[in-house]
Design a protein around this ligand. Structure first.
Ligand SMILES: Nc1ncnc2c1ncn2[C@@H]1O[C@H](COP(=O)(O)OP(=O)(O)OP(=O)(O)O)[C@@H](O)[C@H]1O
Ligand SMILES: [Mg+2]
Length: 327
């Protein structure tokens, strides 16, 4: 068994509300093995991005990582690092393709130079050496005519090419961990497939460990080794990809799987989960999914759901799955 590169233990991230601080990431424990792809899935507002930002120590104010949150990367205790240490770790060993990455390129700097700057922020190498590296990177991520694209401004690139530039930037320092937050969401289907193939190559050829954030279970199927499903700040189920996609147990995961459009069907699936994730200050006291669950029974509204294990790392948190409960 390979070792864990990332270990989150009881991670808690809070934001202030008129009712006091609420945990938008609540007691999340996740382990990510070196060289694997872990997918974090769930609907909008479930805390996927906040979990990743906490790992990078980039939670925006007034959000805060609460004391007692365990964040380990490569056996380093991340919360205790100084700001310069954290900055070095972020550039060299872990990097992130942000959810709004396409808008985060500087519009007035040539794209090649933006990647050069990213490299030279973390490594003492000459401009020419960095430029050479960028041209190689552009080639490897499938940017045609790298020499010419190097000198292009972002607005002249298609969405797919911009995303490839962002990926070049994120992997330029050969990080051990790449966090990809919805890397294909804004792209059309053909380009989506190409970007997923690129991520697969990075994993295979460089051994990059990937934390993949997506709401799209088709993307999970393409790329993930392990899947963690989040709902309203909590992990509700986790398992190996195949198990999760074929034998999900949690009513929420079942709902997500039921919402995948079938072949020939247009738009959303027939069995879409009704309603939306409520805002954090309205999350139910017991099981947070209780307000939308179709398998609701007595303890769900008031009591936190128990952990139920199905073996081989397949775990779900749900009253209905707890054998002894309700019988
Ligand atoms: N700046 C903020 N102030 C207050 N609450 C916030 C802030 N940013 C995020 N939140 C809350 O934190 C929760 C988790 O947000 P997060 O961005 O992690 O969700 P997500 O799962 O990544 O969703 P999406 O799929 O839409 O990206 C959300 O419910 C959101 O309301
Ligand atoms: Mg997000």
């Amino acid at each position: 068994m390979s070792r864990a590169l990332v270990e989150l233990q009881n991670l808690k991230v809070t934001f202030p509300t008129p009712q006091g601080r609420v945990a938008v990431v609540d007691d999340v424990s996740i382990s990510l093995e070196e060289g694997k792809v872990l997918a974090l899935v769930g609907e909008s507002g479930c805390g996927k991005s906040m979990t990743a930002l906490a790992l990078m120590r980039l939670v925006p104010k007034p959000g805060r990582i609460e004391d007692g949150s365990g964040i380990r990367f490569n056996d380093i205790d991340v919360p205790t690092l100084s700001v310069p240490e954290m900055r070095a770790l972020r550039g060299n060993e872990m990097s992130m393709i942000f959810q709004d990455s396409m808008t985060s390129l500087n519009p007035v700097v040539r794209v090649g130079d933006q990647v050069v700057e990213a490299i030279r922020l973390h490594e003492r190498i000459s401009y020419d050496a960095a430029r050479k590296r960028v041209l190689e990177l552009f080639e490897r991520v499938g940017i045609p005519d790298p020499e010419q694209r190097f000198s292009t401004y972002p607005h002249l690139l298609s969405g797919g090419l911009k995303q490839r530039v962002m990926i070049s930037m994120a992997v330029a320092t050969r990080p051990r961990l790449l966090i990809a937050d919805e890397p294909t969401t804004a792209l059309d289907v053909t380009v989506q497939a190409q970007i997923l193939e690129l991520l697969r190559e990075l994993k295979r050829e460089l051994g990059t460990t990937i934390l993949l954030i997506t709401h799209d279970l088709a993307v999970v199927n393409e790329l993930a080794d392990h899947v963690v499903v989040m709902y309203a700040g909590k992990v509700v189920e986790q398992a190996e990809r195949r198990t999760l996609l074929t034998s999900a147990r949690h009513p929420y995961t079942e709902g997500l799987l039921g919402a995948i459009p079938q072949r020939g069907e247009r738009g959303k699936g027939l069995n879409e989960i009704e309603g939306v994730v409520p805002p954090p200050d309205e999350w139910p006291a017991g099981c947070r999914f209780s307000s939308r669950c179709n398998q609701l029974f007595a303890p769900c509204r008031d009591n936190a759901p128990p952990e139920v294990s199905f073996g081989e790392g397949h775990v779900a948190w749900c009253h209905a799955l707890d054998k002894g409960a309700g019988s």
